[in-house]
Design a protein around this ligand. Sequence first.
Ligand code: ZN
Length: 264
Amino acid sequence: VAGTVVGVPGLVGGDGLVRSAPNLGWRDVDVAGALDPQGKGPAVRVDNEANLAALAELHAHPASSASPLAGSPGMAPSFVYVSGEIGVGAGIVLDGRLLRGARGYGGEIGHVTINPDGPRCRCGSHGCLETYTNQELLLSSAELPPSTTDDPLVRLVQQADSGSAPVLAALERAGTALGIAAADVVNLVDVDTVVLGGIYAQLAPWLAGPVTREITARTVTSAWAPVTVRPAAVGTMATVVGGAGSVVRQILDAPATWLARTAS
Ligand SMILES: [Zn+2]
């Protein structure tokens, strides 16, 4: 085993501590220490799940293999990967590099304010993106039989396909909110692509329209620098693929370090 990476839906600092994962009820949890208290096994690294998914998308990008171009503005991939799960997260990639922020907490798009007077969010603020686009809200718009064993997301897609008015209205609201938040990201860091990941990938046929509309209306550069909105290239296992890929990349970047560790 070359390494272990744990993807967590929450705030993971640069020190690997999970500061907050509200949907798991975690606060200040040392996941790596709990998994390997003696520190004898292969290194355990903890990362935010949307960051790992964004890394998977980055590694799958055709330009990523063109290493001489990496770091050249406009040549290496720049995108925001928005991941819809129980909460909403994002990984921002600029010129082929994941933008983590000064303390490692970057990419919390789910808590970008859409409406200061909006519903209270579990983070304590009001009107965050997550309060308009969370999975529970979207799934509750579909008329699911109470005892169904079907995948609720499949049912949601089926009902959107068949033109269910409440489902289409919920997707329009979610897409509009996503577009408003994505426009902020485009205005701030000039990504050229918005990748819809997690449950948003399957909902992209209904979300991409309102997302594109809001970005076009709200970005100052839209006349010269259009933004592509597309579903994720890597599927539902993106966090796992990104975690595994990051271990392999770490070894390729510093093979001597890895060889020294395995020899000891
Ligand atoms: Zn919030």
